[in-house]
Design a binder for this molecule. Structure first.
Ligand SMILES: Nc1nc2c(ncn2[C@@H]2O[C@H](COP(=O)(O)OP(=O)(O)OP(=O)(O)O)[C@@H](O)[C@H]2O)c(=O)[nH]1
Length: 412
């Protein structure tokens, strides 16, 4: 393939990459705009390179080189911005201007094609090396491994190619006989230089896609207001833990809790303060449970905590710790608003052969009893699950006396 065809094919590939990037432009992925701008610059620069001999040198060499230097630098800024590290855009722009100045001097003042190649290769090699290093450093926190490994390997490969290109050109300048004939080197290095943008953009698109998938998964698995696990994630995790407990004979317990008189808090302080209370609950709950436990917002002001490997005694102790922590730490809001609140808690341990729905029904019944017992208490569910429990209906309030509650269930 001739260098002309290679340049035009690569310009077409950059244009295709632009279309792919445009499809992601409405996502909130950081770096997308820079990557798109870089491909625009490549789409402009590559045909200008191809016009060498037809177009004036100032356009086909200086302008084309300037646009391509700008493109690769913008690509680097895009990666750094995506990864949340300082972009160093000004320093990079200064380097690009210096490199372009050197290229111009080596064209019009000291005519040397090999030295021009050395300067361009150093800039491109340095930029791709910086991309590779930034992506490699972020691998530990990557939402998906493959896009990061692909991009860093591609960037390191390009950087190595540019280093070899600079070395060969320097040798040429010094009059050392080349390993291959000039046409072969030219084709290899042209391929390297022109394929850089599509390769890096492919990596960028894969990284952006991994980011979008991770964010969608987080949104599905977490409550938007409090950051607690969502109802959906809770049930998935609970089913997983139930299967594990059934297999291994381990215990599994659950706490179901609800803010007492939450409507009053909303009515007295306003809905926004009610929201702050819900956030506060999740924050404080996280401080009294283990990392392996899962706190979820099931809806409204109702929360659940899944306690893997916890006996009913352990779960009761956690419930009491949680109730106490929430009751004795009023939420301090500015300006000088103090919101004291309590929760009522139902505690249940998974019985052999029981479903998660049935377990939660028993916890819900215990929670109901806790409310009936005066609130700000934790109540353990009775182990037996009768037909009424299976239907998950609360006993009618008028037939429920606190003494009956304490006889049938164990108040903590
Ligand atoms: N601020 C806020 N309020 C919510 C949210 N979701 C549900 N609520 C409110 O929670 C209140 C629940 O009220 P009720 O079901 O009567 O329960 P309660 O007032 O806590 O009374 P008990 O549970 O019997 O102690 C309602 O006023 C809902 O509007 C939310 O996301 N933010």
């Amino acid at each position: 393939m001739s260098t002309l065809s290679l340049l035009l094919v690569t310009a077409a590939m950059s244009a295709v990459m632009l279309l792919v990037l445009s499809s992601l432009s409405r996502s909130e992925v950081k770096g997308i705009r820079c990557w798109a701008r870089a491909n625009w610059l490549a789409v402009l620069a590559l045909p200008l390179f191809a016009g060498r001999g037809v177009l004036p040198d100032l356009i086909s060499i200086e302008l084309a080189n300037g646009l391509y230097l700008w493109a690769i630098a913008t690509m680097l800024v895009g990666f750094r911005s995506h990864l949340g590290v300082p972009t160093g855009a000004r320093a990079l722009a200064a380097c690009a201007v210096l490199a372009l100045g050197a290229l111009t001097i080596l064209h019009y003042v000291i005519e040397s094609f090999p030295l021009r190649v050395v300067v361009a290769s150093l800039f491109h090699g340095g930029s791709t090396l910086a991309i590779g290093l930034a992506v490699r450093r972020a691998l530990g926190k990557a939402p998906a491994r493959y896009p990061y490994v692909f991009t860093s390997v591609a960037a390191f490969g390009l950087a190595s190619g540019h280093a070899v290109r600079a070395a060969v050109s320097l040798a040429q300048h010094a009059g050392v006989a080349p390993l291959f004939d000039a046409a072969t080197w030219t084709l290899i290095f042209f391929s390297l230089g022109t394929l850089a943008m599509p390769l890096l953009t492919l990596g960028a698109v894969m990284m952006a896609n991994a980011d979008i998938v991770a964010r969608a998964r987080y949104a599905a698995d977490h409550d938007y207001l409090t950051g607690a696990w969502s109802r959906r994630a809770f049930f998935n995790l609970a089913e997983h833990e139930r299967a594990r407990a059934t297999r291994s004979g381990a215990e599994l317990s659950v706490l179901l809790f609800d803010v007492d008189h939450f409507k009053r808090i909303n009515d007295t302080f306003g809905h926004a303060v009610g929201d702050r209370v819900l956030e506060d609950i999740v924050r404080r709950t996280a401080s009294v449970i283990r990392e392996a436990d899962c706190c979820a917002r099931l809806g409204g002001e109702e929360f659940a905590v899944l306690l893997p490997d916890a006996s009913i005694e352990t779960a009761s102790a956690v419930a009491e710790r949680l109730r106490d922590a929430l009751a004795h730490s009023p939420l301090l809001l500015q300006p000088a608003v103090v919101v004291a609140y309590t929760v009522s808690i139902g505690v249940a341990r998974l019985e052999p052969g029981e479903s998660i729905t049935a377990l939660l029904c028993r916890a819900d019944r215990a929670l109901y009893l806790a409310k009936a017992a005066g609130r700000n208490v934790a109540v353990c569910a009775a182990a037996a699950c009768d037909a009424e429990d299976a239907l998950c209906e609360h006993p009618a309030p008028m037939t429920l006396a606190v003494s009956q509650v304490l006889a049938g269930d164990q108040q903590l």
